[in-house]
Design a binder for this molecule. Structure first.
Ligand code: SF4
Length: 390
């Protein structure tokens, strides 16, 4: 039986999968489509990221960007039909779990990879006491008897800070507030000490104070259990204090991935910049917010070129004509899927360190193979692209 600093002893749930060099999860070129009578909706279009032990990765984007579908694909709970995984791999501890039979996937769900859903009220069964629902995890997966499993449920309810847990173990979901119900969902999700926890918009329906409490609780649990945490949200404000890295999704693609501080300080993709610009700031009193115009694309009819081009301030002809820009490394630990990421970074004073604006413009003109340095640049060349990014 393994030990942790938690007040709830972590159970030995049998042979555990072992991460390789701390690497828990690798999602590579994942593709998911929904075949509906209105057409084929391309919900996930080549998503890649990884997750290490003890790391918090936030997946961020508007509704319909593919965040929750990605989570459901990892959990193996996509409804098929209409959803079909049409490409890519999801490797857990080095093994492609998409290739496993359903019986083995079930053994991974809960003890290895677990999930907190956004709507606690509809996720909990209204006709059973909450303690019974938590205890069921231990009865079902570990064969515990009724008394021991209930005792264990009380311990978990105390760990997620439910007041008077022993008295309330027989209460029903409707007798708890929204924040308390979400704590109960978190207790259920960590019951079997998973290595990966996916929290899908865990604070969406809660007020700001309770949001902060839930985020703090998740961060504490992640820290004490060294879980890999995937935090799915549309709210940049929610993840600033807890995430290590952020992957920003748009139209079923990751368009930017960076350490949290780099991304907040200096976004390298116009969509991320738009999301940040639309957050109200205390030091900008009286100014109108710069919201992103337009709507996310219809996934049955994604526009040609860069999918963000109809809403992008910086779009040029290349954005409308060329294939979508791939996610590529633009600086150390930074990935972005925009033709003009370097230019966006170079024109920002904090990070204008890797290339001068002239070098970036030449790079854009001649492509990534061109060995650009300031000295080699012919200043008489007619460089037209990216002027709008000044
Ligand atoms: Fe905007 Fe073009 Fe970059 Fe897409 S590739 S985000 S349209 S500048």
């Amino acid at each position: 039986m393994s030990q942790t600093s938690s007040s709830v002893e972590v159970l030995d749930t049998g042979t555990r999968w072992q991460p390789q060099d701390g690497l828990l999860l690798e999602v590579e070129d994942l593709r998911v489509e929904f075949r509906t009578r209105y057409g084929v909706a391309k919900a996930i279009n080549g998503v890649s990221f990884d997750l290490r032990q003890g790391e918090t990765l936030a997946i961020l984007g508007e509704s319909g960007s593919g965040k929750s579908v990605t989570a459901q694909a990892i959990m193996g709970i996509l409804d098929s039909p209409p959803a079909f995984i049409t490409g890519g791999e999801i490797r857990y501890c080095g093994s492609n779990i998409l290739a496993l039979p359903e019986e083995q996937r079930r053994e991974i769900r809960g003890p290895e990879i677990s999930m907190v859903f956004q709507d606690a009220l509809s996720s909990l069964n209204p006709v059973f006491p909450v303690g019974w629902q938590i205890a069921e995890m231990f009865r079902k997966h570990l064969g515990m008897n009724r008394r021991d499993s209930l005792e264990r449920a009380v311990g978990l309810m105390e760990r997620v800070q439910i007041p008077a847990a022993r008295q309330r173990v027989k209460a029903f979901p409707h007798q708890f507030s929204g924040g308390m119900r979400q704590r109960i969902m978190i207790a259920m999700s960590i019951a079997l000490d998973p290595a990966v926890l996916i929290a899908d918009e865990p604070t969406t329906a809660l007020d700001v104070t309770v949001q902060a409490q839930i985020m703090r609780l998740l961060a504490e649990l992640q820290d004490e259990r060294q879980m890999g945490l995937i935090l799915i949200t549309h709210d940049l404000g929610v993840v600033a204090d807890v995430a290590d890295r952020i992957a920003v999704m748009y139209a079923g693609r990751v368009v930017e991935q960076a350490d949290v501080h780099d991304l907040y300080r200096n976004p390298a993709h116009p969509y991320t910049k738009g999301l940040l610009d639309s957050i109200p700031r205390l030091d900008q009193k009286g100014e109108t917010l710069d919201a992103i115009g337009g709507l996310p694309p219809n996934l049955t009819n994604i526009p040609p070129g860069c999918p963000f081009n109809p809403r992008c301030h910086y779009a040029q002809d290349i954005c409308r004509i060329d294939p979508p820009p791939p996610l590529r490394e633009i600086a150390r630990h930074r990935l972005s899927a925009c033709h003009f990421s370097e230019l966006l970074l170079a024109h920002s004073p904090e990070l204008a360190v890797t290339r001068t604006a002239e070098e970036v413009e030449a790079y854009l003109e001649f492509g990534p193979e061109y060995p650009v340095t300031a000295g080699e640049l012919d200043h008489n060349q007619d460089i037209e692209r990216g002027g709008d990014l000044q």
